[in-house]
Design a protein around this ligand. Sequence first.
Ligand code: HEC
Ligand code: HEC
Ligand code: HEC
Ligand code: HEC
Length: 117
Amino acid sequence: MMKGALTALALILMSSAAFAADTPMLADRHVKAGVKCESCHGSDQTAKGPRTVKKETCLACHGGTYAKLAEKTDSLEVNPHDSHLGEIECTKCHRGHQKPVLECARCHDFSKELHIK
Ligand code: HEC
Ligand code: HEC
Ligand code: HEC
Ligand code: HEC
């Protein structure tokens, strides 16, 4: 009963424009910077199922290619955009409306080297 109500509330919160959270998530920071929901999601807001964002969409605004993006983080001790994992989806690490996760952390401890937000 309680769990159902909370799930319903969570769904309402997720689908509203206001993703209230203590730390603004990636999508909110984008909206603040003037990026529209449609720029990540496309114009079809009625599509069913979990919506994700393809790396091509992210790259259209962030350098054009993975290689160009990797240049930006090349001064870091470990480059998260140039590794043996190759050109994986951005959302493996950068989540839209959730806390980010560092995919590398499944196998390495880069907690000193990398700080994803
Ligand atoms: C329509 C253009 C656009 C799209 C699409 C876009 N971004 Fe951005 N992104 C921006 C702008 C503008 C900023 C803020 C200025 C800056 O830091 O470059 C930004 C900032 C960022 C930042 C650094 C600043 C922060 O708040 O963390 C990351 C990381 C990022 N974007 C990742 C992504 C990912 C991942 C995607 C795809 C899921 C994406 N972006 C899609 C335009 C875009
Ligand atoms: C393996 C995890 C991972 C993947 C996959 C990933 N990123 Fe990142 N990204 C990071 C981390 C970690 C940082 C922060 C690096 C730091 O400063 O410690 C970052 C930082 C950034 C920044 C800020 C760069 C700056 O100038 O400081 C942008 C923009 C960004 N990522 C975009 C993308 C886009 C676009 C993709 C997909 C093409 C992507 N990332 C894929 C982990 C990842
Ligand atoms: C920077 C790109 C970006 C922007 C801007 C963005 N989103 Fe998202 N959104 C994502 C990603 C990535 C996902 C996939 C789930 C995740 O990573 O949180 C997603 C998932 C969703 C979902 C599905 C719920 C889920 O977790 O699967 C909804 C609904 C949604 N977004 C609505 C919006 C609305 C409304 C806006 C504008 C206020 C917006 N998004 C802006 C990247 C973005
Ligand atoms: C599924 C497990 C796994 C994941 C996920 C993973 N790695 Fe690795 N990584 C390994 C293994 C295994 C090695 C080789 C053994 C070693 O040297 O530790 C390695 C080696 C490395 C090395 C040193 C060896 C070299 O020559 O490149 C670096 C740097 C590295 N990984 C970075 C990354 C980064 C950055 C990520 C995330 C983008 C990542 N790894 C994700 C398992 C993984």
